[in-house]
Design a protein around this ligand. Structure first.
Ligand code: COI
Length: 353
C-alpha cells in the first residue's frame, strides 16, 4: 500500500481532554478512487488535509453517498483491535448496491484501514470509554448535474478520537416519539447507511433537542404505530423478562452492535425476539409495570440506557431512570470484548499488528 507521509504531524488533544464525538481528526486518511474504465484503483494512505472539489460534483447535489462507523480500541497491552470490521465492509457494500455505487474490494479497504491505524496509532485514546472512531465513506465525484448514478467515486476513511456520543455519557437518554415526520419507508433507503437518511432526520432531531430530548424515537412511516429505531441507535425493550427489538423490516438499519447483543442474549439463555413492537405495547408495559428496561445500541452510542420516553405529550419513566441489569450485562460484555478486558469468545476482536 502506498503511503504519502506528512511533513509535520498535527497537535493531538491533550491527555484528559473531553473528546466528545467527531471533533478531532488524525494525521492520515485512506483514499481509493473509482472510474468506469479502471474500477477501484489508486488505494493509498495520505495526509488528512482538505481536498478541493468542483461545485458541480454530484455528491453535493444528489447525495449519492454512503458511510460506515466502526471503532478501534486500545488494548491492555497497548496494542490495537477493531470490532467486527468484516461486518461493516459487508454492510457498506450492501448500502453501495442500494445507492447504485459499485461494490469495493473489502480486502483492500481492510488493508488500508490497518495501514492507517498503524500510522495513526498514537491518536488512539486510552482513557476509559474512549476509542478511535473510524468513518469509511464513499461519495459520488463525477462533475455533472444530470440525475444519474455517477461514474466516478471517492472512497475514504478518516479517523477521530472520541469519548461518549452523548454529552451526558452513560446517563440514561431521553427520547421523544416522533409521530409527524418520517425517517424511512419500506422500499426506501432506511436500511442502507446513506447520507440522505441522516439529513432527513435532522428537522425532527433539532425540534427534539429544543424540547430537551437527546434523540427521536422513529415510528413506521405507514401507520405511525410500530417502533423502528433512533437514527443513531437500534432499540431494545425488556418487557416481562423478554428482550424485544424491532424486526429488520427494510426501513431499519441492521446494526452490528444490535446483532452482537442478540447473539450474547441468546447464548446467555435470555429470551430475545426480533418482531414488530408497537409504541402502544411499550406504553402499556410501562403502565402495567412490566417494562423493566429500554436501551439503544450503536457503534457511536455503544449500549445506551433509555430513562424516559415522551409520547403524545406524556412522559414515561423507564426502570426508575437508571441503567437496568440486562443493559449493564450487555454493556459490560460488549465493551469487555472491545477493550480486551474479557475473553473474545466470539472472535469479534480483530487485532491490528
Ligand atoms: C455510528 O454509530 O457509527 C453511526 O454511524 C451513528 C451516527 C454517529 C451517525
Amino acid at each position: 500500500m502506498e503511503i504519502v507521509r506528512r511533513q509535520q504531524l498535527k497537535e493531538k488533544p491533550a491527555k484528559g481532554t473531553a473528546l466528545g464525538f467527531g471533533h478531532y481528526f488524525t494525521d492520515y486518511m485512506f483514499t481509493m478512487k473509482y472510474t468506469k474504465e479502471k474500477g477501484w484503483h489508486d488505494a493509498k494512505v495520505e495526509p488528512n488535509e482538505p481536498k478541493a472539489f468542483d461545485l458541480a460534483t454530484s455528491i453535493f447535489h444528489y447525495a449519492q453517498g454512503i458511510f460506515e462507523g466502526m471503532k478501534a480500541f486500545r488494548q491492555p497491552d497497548g496494542s490495537i483491535a477493531v470490532f467486527r470490521p468484516e461486518e461493516n465492509w459487508a454492510r457498506m457494500n450492501r448500502s453501495a448496491t442500494r445507492m447504485c455505487i459499485p461494490n469495493f474490494p473489502a480486502d483492500v479497504a481492510q488493508e488500508g484501514l490497518e495501514t492507517l491505524l498503524k500510522l495513526d496509532k498514537d491518536w488512539i485514546p486510552s482513557e476509559p470509554g474512549t476509542a478511535l472512531y473510524i468513518r469509511p465513506t464513499i461519495v459520488a465525484t463525477r462533475v455533472m448535474l444530470g440525475v444519474h448514478a455517477s461514474t466516478e467515486y471517492l472512497f475514504f476513511i478518516i479517523l477521530s478520537p472520541v469519548g461518549s456520543y452523548y454529552a451526558h455519557g452513560l446517563e440514561p437518554t431521553k427520547l421523544i416519539v416522533e409521530d409527524r415526520y418520517t425517517r424511512a419507508t419500506i422500499g426506501g433507503t432506511g436500511e442502507a447507511k446513506c447520507l440522505g437518511n441522516y439529513a432527513a432526520s435532522m428537522k425532527a432531531g433539532e425540534e427534539a433537542e429544543e424540547k430537551g430530548f437527546d434523540q427521536v424515537l422513529w415510528l413506521d412511516a405507514n401507520e405511525k404505530k410500530y417502533v423502528e429505531e433512533v437514527g443513531s441507535m437500534n432499540m431494545f425493550f425488556v418487557i416481562g423478562g423478554e428482550v424485544v427489538t424491532p424486526a429488520l423490516v427494510g426501513s431499519i438499519l441492521p446494526g452490528i452492535t444490535r446483532k452482537s447483543c442478540i447473539q450474547v442474549l441468546k447464548d446467555k439463555g435470555i429470551p430475545v425476539s426480533e418482531r414488530r413492537i408497537s409504541i402502544d405495547e411499550v406504553i402499556a408495559a410501562q403502565q402495567n409495570g412490566t417494562l423493566d428496561e429500554a436501551f439503544g445500541t450503536g457503534t457511536a452510542a455503544v449500549i445506551s440506557p433509555v430513562g424516559l420516553i415522551r409520547y403524545r405529550d406524556k412522559d414515561y419513566v423507564i426502570g426508575g431512570g437508571k441503567m437496568g441489569r440486562i443493559t449493564k450485562m450487555l454493556y459490560d460484555t460488549i465493551t469487555g470484548i472491545q477493550y480486551g478486558t474479557a475473553p473474545d469468545v466470539y472472535g469479534w476482536r480483530r487485532p491490528v499488528r
